[in-house]
Design a protein around this ligand. Structure first.
Ligand code: PMP
Length: 359
């Protein structure tokens, strides 16, 4: 089937068609090598160039200062839930902000190796808002926050830096890296799985300030940031094809005008959908205005039964993967960078039709 659907999946997620086409064109023989990228040795010059180009692109797009390392790691963002405390806690307490299901998982994992203090939580609000953060007065090795809660649809688009008393900040940016602008220098460490805004699953990006990379010989080799930093992410075989696809997607982001232009487009897409929800008598947004994500937009019909009917009918109209995460129900439209505005317009047109037919 040549025809593509509008894929609202939370991840792995839609990728730009131009990126997929380019990969297809280069698939059988990458740069006259007579091999696919998947068949190249990771020690080959061709792959080393792919890796260094990917890093340079990311550095340009996020304006990453020279005193930060960019690491390419496997194991997903979930492995970072363990690696962050193992590498950064230094026997001190660590502070976490509990803004949703993924923060909660990060907290649970950190508790296995560090003394965790949850300094703010919106669990009581079912995570429909961001937590209220009181100014931090105690000393912690770092403060961890999730910039975008993929499941609940909230986001810190502005980081409340004034609350953290200058403590090192660690961010899980898995679901909004490169979709809106952040200042890398505000963070000691940023991590993000690739499968939403960067490329396919398989590679996780870690951006870490050099002075937070320590020699910790007691750690298993592959759990230490130092291993990746010293070996240019090539201590062992990196996920070569995922990195190549990430390079193509980063090139695409640059062609769109970079992160500022992408953010502008994302704000326009999100605004269209939120405006529609806020003016609807049929649909509702569970997330309070001012706390809303640009990339993951949950919504509800008047009943759970109708939510199920909606998802099935939408699927039949070429609007796929709109069911909400199993822990929250309802619907969720993930509108990452590669979702064109036409996809959002098609979704709204369908929502209108469905509402009329069911009222
Ligand atoms: N953090 C956030 C914010 C996420 O959205 C996800 C994945 N949906 C994860 C962590 C876990 O990522 P992975 O599956 O790559 O381990």
């Amino acid at each position: 089937m040549e025809q593509r659907v509008y894929n609202f999946s939370a991840g792995p997620a839609v990728m730009p068609k131009a990126v997929l086409k380019k990969a297809q064109n280069e698939f059988l023989s990458y740069q006259q090598s007579g091999m696919s990228v998947m068949e190249l040795s990771h020690r080959s010059e061709l792959f080393e160039t792919i890796l260094s180009d990917t890093e340079s692109l990311l550095r340009r797009l996020m304006d990453i200062p020279a005193n930060y390392k960019v690491l390419f790691i496997q194991g997903g963002a979930s492995l970072q839930f363990s690696m962050v405390p193992l590498n950064l806690a230094n026997g001190k307490k660590v502070a976490y902000i509990d803004s949703g299901s993924w923060s909660k998982k990060a907290i649970e994992e950190a508790k296995k190796t560090a003394e965790v203090v949850t300094i703010a939580s919106s669990a009581k609000n079912s995570y429909h808002t961001l937590p209220v953060i009181e100014p931090v007065t105690e000393d912690y090795a770092y403060v961890h926050l999730t910039t975008n809660s993929t499941i609940e649809g909230t986001a810190y688009l502005d980081i409340p830096l004034d609350k953290f008393n200058g403590l090192p900040l660690v961010a899980d940016m898995s679901s909004n890296i490169l979709s809106s602008e952040y200042n890398v220098e505000d963070f000691a460490l940023i991590y993000a799985g690739a499968q939403k805004n960067i490329g396919p699953a398989g590679v996780t990006i870690v951006i870490v300030r050099e002075d937070f990379i320590q020699s910790l010989p007691e750690l298993p080799t592959l759990l230490s940031y130092e291993t990746y930093a010293n070996a240019n992410s090539m201590y062992n075989t990196p996920p070569t094809f995922s990195i190549y696809m990430a390079k193509l997607e980063l090139e695409w982001i640059e062609e769109q005008g970079g992160v500022a232009a992408i953010e502008k487009a994302n704000r326009k897409k999100a605004q269209l959908l939120y405006d529609f929800l806020d003016h609807s008598d049929f649909y509702t947004s569970p997330v309070e205005a001012g706390h809303r994500s640009l990339t993951n937009i949950p919504f509800l019909t008047p009943s759970p039964t109708m939510d199920e009917e909606f998802v099935i009918a939408a699927e039949a109209s070429g609007l796929t993967n709109l069911e909400g995460h199993r822990v929250v129900g309802g619907m969720r439209a993930s509108v990452y960078n590669a979702m064109p505005i036409e996809g959002v317009e098609a979704l709204i047109a369908f929502m209108n039709k469905f509402a009329v037919a069911n009222t």
